[in-house]
Design a protein. Structure first.
Length: 329
């Protein structure tokens, strides 16, 4: 009996010496955060990404009693801010908004991207989805997705479409749709939603994809015509606009997203604590109301779910980039 007991004690001691203990993991999470947290947002103040980051900052600060600041690092298609996060100390005190442009599109758009999404970051959680919306100018002759496709097929390469820039989600969504529809279109890039919408209202460009937060006020005001939402089901924000999937293109989906991530090698207990907090924050009524005001659909989930989602999005947008020939180098 003594031999057996001694053997068991030796085995237990060996396991404790070789592996981090559950108690140590709990202590790591309990001690976090030890100082102020920085959330890097890759876009300017007032944008959807910035607003969402500030909602998180306020909630985290109230919950954990540490200052949480939003560090705006715009520029170079979200590359500048993303690289800054990659180079930060992996201790959970620097986080980054995992936006679809930086984490889903850029890996294919840039031939020499200074970060590797899958190797350099630890996904924490998705936060919100922003479906793309197909809109037409009031002067456009088509009033539905089918009519738009018919017009494009009738005049190959003669129908113009606006976008928010080469390689943007707006651009690539139309390229995916063009391929699905078997149509040839002429791309006219602009510098942002305001400029593109102005050109559409003036009749210079008849159609474009734009994210639902930007499209919603224009459609609700009757200035632009909603043809279709790039989701499998209708959006609760624009229930009168049919899903493109129900307009002759089953399975068509083009959705922007914003999540949150940390530098790779951030300890798992800290990532788990952050994930649990994100899920809790996004379930709060005032946060849900704030997201609704931005036309975001909440999308919190597990770390594993977000990691798998990012991989699938890289593949999907990679095909759209290849088909369009877009490059940002």
């Amino acid at each position: 009996m003594k031999t057996r007991s001694a053997r068991a004690s030796f085995t237990a001691a060996l396991l404790l010496a070789c592996c981090p203990s559950a108690a140590h993991a709990q202590e790591t999470a309990k001690a976090y955060p030890a100082r102020p947290i920085r959330i890097i947002a890759q876009f300017t103040p007032g944008t959807s990404t910035d607003i969402l980051a500030r909602v998180l900052a306020q909630k985290l600060s109230a919950s954990w009693g540490q200052q949480v600041i939003v560090d705006n690092r715009p520029g170079a298609g979200a590359v500048i801010g993303t690289v800054a996060a990659k180079n930060a100390t992996p201790d959970g005190h620097t986080l980054v908004m995992a936006v679809s442009s930086a984490f889903g599109i850029n890996p294919s758009l840039y031939s020499k991207l200074p970060y590797d999404v899958l190797a350099d970051f630890a996904p924490i959680s998705n936060l919100g989805l922003t479906p793309q919306t197909l809109m037409a100018a009031p002067s456009a002759p088509f009033k539905s997705v089918r009519e738009f496709v018919a017009a494009a097929r009738e005049k190959p390469g003669q129908v113009n479409y606006a976008s928010l820039g080469n390689g943007s989600t707006s651009h690539l969504s139309m390229e995916m749709f063009r391929a699905a529809a078997g149509a040839r279109l002429n791309h006219v890039p602009f510098k942002g939603s305001a400029e593109a919408h102005t050109q559409m209202l003036g009749g210079q460009v008849p159609v474009m994809f734009d994210a639902i937060p930007a499209a919603l006020p224009q459609i609700k005001a009757g200035k632009l015509r909603g043809l279709g939402i790039a989701t499998l089901k209708r959006s609760p924000f624009l229930p009168e606009v049919p899903a493109i999937a129900e307009s002759g293109f089953p399975g068509f989906e083009a959705v922007g997203w914003i999540g949150i991530a940390a530098p790779a090698r951030t300890p798992a207990p800290i990532l788990d604590k952050l994930n649990a907090e994100m899920v809790r924050i996004l379930s709060q009524p005032d946060v849900m109301e704030r997201l609704a005001s931005l036309a975001f659909t909440p999308a919190a989930g597990t770390r594993a779910e977000f990691a798998a989602f990012i991989k699938s999005e890289i593949a999907k947008w990679g095909k759209a980039v290849k088909d369009s020939g877009a490059k940002a180098d």
